[in-house]
Write a protein that binds this ligand. Structure first.
Ligand code: HEM
Length: 513
């Protein structure tokens, strides 16, 4: 705004007002005329709707309360967009899964996707050819068939994780971040990351900037995309968006340039990045699109596993009864006296650990508390309602995960609920990876990251509350500027377990590439 003179500013405000009122008027008129009918509307204010009611962070508890009041569906208006919250697995399955062909696009985000990401961030791309091309590329590296590529890195990095928990237990959160980041960096760039690596710290910062800006109501232009029609000099949000884009692109570019240099010198380790940069697909992409393929993999691959491992640790501290059962299973396979670490090949005998991981995804869905919005691309009818094309839908993750009609004792961390024969199907029984065609493309890699890390950590370490600092599991913050979201005391289970970590994990720490 500093660059605008007074008359430009007044002109801008008046134009905004005309655009907003005009849009509101025509939208309301058109909806009445065509007989659209939406689920109960949460009362709000004219034009802005519920924009000022939704909290900037921790929206899950807010949306859960509304679900308790309104039932399986309710409608909110965030600026110019109409959102329908789906509050039961039944309606999510009916609409976002069974009718995925028309429920899988994204609404426009002129700030976070347009300016901050130059339309290149897959997670916000509309359903179309560009999304399909990038999704296919990602699927090639992240699909079940590619898991043999990930497994050796997950093995090595989770040994490094155990070492970090033993040697620097107070930095357990940074250790989670390093672990998850190093797995994806090894596969994508052929290099490892170290604890508190400044590159990793900056990567998490850029991710937080994106997540902060993505919350409904934070950017007026994302709530009212019609404002993007203002002449560029009047778009007061643009300079800030450009600065975030520059920072993000710099963080991504640094890794790509490092790899390109190694390729030139002939010292690059073969990895996704070398194949991608030397392949044909990249020739049809712009520089920015290329950067965002790399950047998305780094960001999405790091934060999600870091958070989920943290959630399971919070579950171990606050309801330790299940830890005893997990230990029984682990001890039966790996020995009662720290004989050896759990391995991927133990999975058939460690079904309880698979159930623990699923419960970790369900228990407090912190990664997407109110789901991720998708946009309907064609008018649709469902159980007496008529939705106009352009309506935004989301699965109300927090409300569903904590609904006693969906799960017995939903607030309790209770892995046994998933010992139902489907414990190895990581997508079934919860919505942590999203529904339908936009389901997380990295779900299998993410699940395996968490599985091997949790199996080893539970076998080797005890987790307890720090005196005077209990964990409130209902308000674990999502954005923490790289500091731990809660306090926990990490200690080895016994001297024998500490010795096992020293013996079996030191080589992993010393491995360099
Ligand atoms: C560890 C646990 C993980 C969780 C809980 C998780 C969760 C999610 C969620 C909720 C979405 C949005 C789904 C939707 O819009 O319906 C998503 C999308 C995505 N995830 Fe994950 N994720 C995880 C791991 C990963 C990993 C390891 C990667 C890649 C290395 C990854 C890459 C992506 C990408 C690229 C998308 C966008 C997909 C699209 O829009 O088509 N995720 N994830």
């Amino acid at each position: 705004m500093a660059n605008l003179n007074q008359s430009q500013f007044v002109y801008g405000v008046l134009t905004c007002a005309v655009l907003l009122v005009g849009r509101w008027f025509f939208q309301t008129l058109a909806q009445r005329k065509k007989g659209y009918k939406l689920p109960p509307q949460v009362p709000g204010v004219p034009i802005f709707g519920n924009t000022f009611q939704i909290p900037a962070l921790q929206q899950g508890p807010w949306a859960k309360k509304l679900a308790e009041k309104y039932g399986e569906m309710f409608t909110c208006k965030f600026g110019g967009s109409t959102w329908v919250f789906l509050n039961s697995s039944r309606v999510v399955t009916d609409l976002m899964e069974r009718r995925a062909a028309i429920y899988s696009s994204r609404p426009p985000f002129p700030m976070t996707q347009g300016i901050m990401s130059r339309d290149s961030r897959i997670v916000l791309m509309p359903y179309g050819d560009q999304w399909r091309t990038v999704r296919k590329m990602m699927h090639q590296i992240l699909s079940a068939r590619a898991l043999d590529v990930f497994m050796p890195f997950q093995d090595l990095e989770s040994k490094n994780l155990c070492w970090d928990y033993l040697e620097t237990p107070d930095r357990w959160w940074s250790a989670n971040g390093r672990y998850a980041n190093s797995v994806i960096m090894s596969v994508v760039f052929g290099r490892r990351s170290s604890l508190d690596d400044p590159h990793v710290v900056e990567l998490f910062e850029t991710l937080e900037l994106f997540l902060e800006n993505q919350q409904p109501g934070v950017n007026l232009v994302d709530a009212f995309p019609v404002l993007a029609k203002l002449p560029k000099p009047l778009q007061w949000w643009r300079p800030r968006g450009n600065r975030i884009f520059e920072k993000t692109a710099r963080v991504y570019r640094r890794e790509v340039e490092l790899l390109e240099e190694k390729i030139k010198k002939g010292t690059a380790k073969r990895c996704f990045g070398t194949d991608f940069l030397e392949g044909d697909e990249v020739k049809n992409m712009t520089e920015v699109q290329k950067l965002f393929v790399f950047g998305t993999l780094m960001e999405a691959g790091s934060d999600t596993s870091r958070v989920t491992i943290g959630q399971i640790i919070a579950g171990a501290v606050t309801s330790p009864d299940w830890v005893a059962r997990a230990r029984e299973a682990l001890d039966a396979v790996c020995g009662r006296n720290a004989e050896r670490l759990p391995e991927f090949s133990d999975r058939p005998r460690l079904e309880y650990i698979s159930a623990v991981v699923k419960e970790g995804f369900r228990w407090r869905p912190n990664i997407a508390e109110i789901g991720a919005p998708t946009m309907l691309i064609k008018d649709d009818e469902y159980e007496g309602y008529k939705f106009p094309a352009g309506t935004v839908f989301t699965w109300n993750a927090w409300a569903i995960a904590l609904d006693p009609a969906e799960y017995a004792e939903p607030e309790r961390f209770w892995p046994d609920r998933f010992l139902d024969g489907d414990q190895e199907n990581a997508l079934k029984g919860h919505w942590a990876f999203g529904p339908g065609r936009r389901v997380c493309v990295g779900w299998k890699v993410g699940e395996m990251n968490v599985w091997i890390a949790i199996a080893r950590l539970l076998y080797c370490f005890d987790f307890s509350a720090v005196p005077g600092k209990p964990i409130d599991t209902m308000t674990i913050p999502q954005l923490t500027k790289n500091s731990a979201p809660f306090h926990v005391r990490v200690t080895p289970r016994s001297a024998a377990h500490a010795a096992l970590v020293r013996r079996d994990c030191e080589a992993a720490v010393k491995t360099k590439y």
